[in-house]
Write a protein that binds this ligand. Structure first.
Ligand code: SAM
Length: 278
């Protein structure tokens, strides 16, 4: 117990566990174990529109964080926006395990995680015009020519984002790769009213995601934009237009590959710290 300097009353000091990554606090507090949740969806049902209301036990706007990595962006949004449900996915089970553990330990009820590719998620599991927001932060550029076919941002993917979003829904796209950004600038405005956002995120000037934090620490530019689906394209034409557009065969510049080593390094030099809070 301690005295408040102004009110003079006794206050109990609450122990907080502050988790940091590259010195930047991970959003949300770790709560006592009895309040932990279970945010993992271990096995998705067979393809067909997902019933998000069933997953979350309520009907609320749904945000997808595709290629979420360790899901820093999901956590921040879920901690601050209790009225939004978050469905976050990645192809790598190991990063989903990290993400799930953090969300569970924060007692979050408005988050679920699943292992699935972004294209497959939108093509096979998302009903048309059902999603409020789709966020894609730093899709992997894939430097090796043999892996270029794995790039997430293709005309078909952007068309699927268009099909998935509700009218007026929000698309957020961000990368630190200049070649990828140039390609995105070519394709995305064909489907979205898209605006480039200069500067840093006002809500997270040190970075919304792990990859963004690393890029900013290296002094690299981060490119981002947000958009809403264009209404002047007939729903039936969206996928047809995509078929006529060039695939993402840009040069990702192998020099930038060094950044990946930092990103995949397990030790960010941080340890959870305990700190008292009034
Ligand atoms: C560069 S990391 C960025 C992670 C996180 N969004 C961030 O900004 O820190 C790219 C992530 O996309 C995932 N990924 C790669 N291909 C994917 C795909 N087709 N669908 C979904 N996720 C994918 C990778 O496993 C990796 O976690």
């Amino acid at each position: 117990m301690t005295d408040h300097p102004l009110l003079g009353k006794k206050f109990e000091r609450v122990k907080r566990v502050i988790e940091r990554e590259f010195g930047v606090p991970v959003p949300g507090d770790i709560v006592p174990a009895e309040q932990w949740t279970n945010t993992a969806i271990k096995k998705l049902p067979p393809p067909g529109p997902l019933n998000f209301a069933e997953f979350f036990g309520r009907t609320a706007p749904v945000m997808l964080d595709i290629g979420c990595g360790n899901a820093r962006s999901t956590l921040a949004s879920a901690v601050w926006r209790h009225d939004v449900d978050h469905f976050s996915t990645d192809v790598l089970p190991v990063v989903i395990r990290y993400a799930t553990r953090r969300a569970n330990q924060r007692g979050l009820k408005n988050v679920r995680f699943a292992v699935i590719g972004g294209r497959e998620l939108l093509a096979d599991y998302v009903a048309p015009h059902s999603i409020a927001e789709i966020h894609v932060y730093h899709p992997q550029p894939f430097y090796d020519a043999r892996l270029v076919h794995k790039r997430l941002i293709t005309p078909e993917f952007i068309a699927l984002v268009h099909r998935s979003l509700a009218p007026g829904g929000l698309f957020v796209l961000q990368t630190d790769n200049p070649g990828y950004w140039k390609y995105m600038q070519q394709i995305v405005p064909l489907f979205f009213e898209f605006t480039e956002l200069p500067g840093k995120w006002p809500d997270s000037p040190r970075g919304r995601t792990r990859r963004e934090i690393i890029a900013l620490r290296q002094g690299l530019p981060v490119f981002r934009g947000t958009g809403t689906p264009r209404v002047d394209i007939a729903a039936d034409d969206v996928l047809k237009i995509a078929e006529s557009l060039p695939p993402p065969t840009f040069d990702a510049d192998r020099k930038l590959k060094e950044l990946d080593k930092l990103e995949h390094g397990s030790d960010s030099g941080d340890r959870p710290q305990r700190r008292g809070k009034r």
